[in-house]
Design a protein around this ligand. Structure first.
Ligand code: 5GP
Length: 182
């Protein structure tokens, strides 16, 4: 069986992180891809663990060198997946999971049609807004920007292979396990 590329997106605050953590714990053969970003690390985040935190100049060089299989601007910062990183994992016969936003996910689908795209949706927009504010990690302006982006993401999710509603983490994880055949 050849290695699979799985792409999971979901609006900020939708609980993606928890779902993905549980998924990774249940699937030892699934490797989470580490993205590059120009945003600053949040407290507790480590370079090479959560992201590769790089400068905007280095990111732009990466774009010019075609290092990224996909990249996008989100909330004023650049995020991208390095092609070499995915190749390494796939050549080890490991399945690879990308946790990226929707513009990047659709670039992946165009380049790698076999990739499976899953969108994690909140039970409701009101609940999503409450979860976002509950994190207390960002300014009002940043939260507003993220909420505006949610509309675009929901529009883009219509092109995904699957939409999974995160009503409870267990339900969402079980649905994803079924989709990937575990
Ligand atoms: P955060 O700054 O909260 O970690 O991530 C913001 C958004 O960027 C999330 O929706 C996350 O999925 C997305 N993201 C993270 N890494 C990548 C990437 O490599 N490419 C793209 N297109 N989006 C990413």
């Amino acid at each position: 069986m050849s290695a699979k590329l799985l792409v999971i997106s979901g609006s900020s605050g939708v609980g993606k992180g928890t779902v993905i953590k549980s998924l990774l714990a249940k699937c030892p053969n699934l490797n989470l891809s580490i993205s590059c970003t120009t945003r600053n690390p949040r407290p507790g985040e480590e370079n090479g663990v959560n992201y590769f935190f790089i400068t905007r100049d280095d990111f732009k060089k990466g774009i010019e060198n075609n290092d990224f299989v996909e990249w996008a601007e989100f909330s004023g910062n650049l995020y991208g997946t390095r092609q070499s990183y995915i190749n390494e994992c796939l050549s080890d016969d490991k399945n690879v999971l990308l946790e990226i936003e929707t513009q990047g996910a659709l670039q992946i689908k165009q380049k790698i049609p076999d990739a499976v795209l899953i969108f994690i949706a909140p039970p409701s927009l009101e609940e999503l807004e409450a979860r976002l504010r509950g994190r207390h990690t960002e300014s009002e302006e940043a939260i507003q920007k993220r909420l505006d982006f949610v509309k675009l993401e929901i529009e883009n999710s219509k092109k995904y292979d699957y939409v999974v509603v995160n009503d409870t983490v267990d339900n969402a994880v079980n649905q994803i396990l079924k989709i990937i055949g575990v």
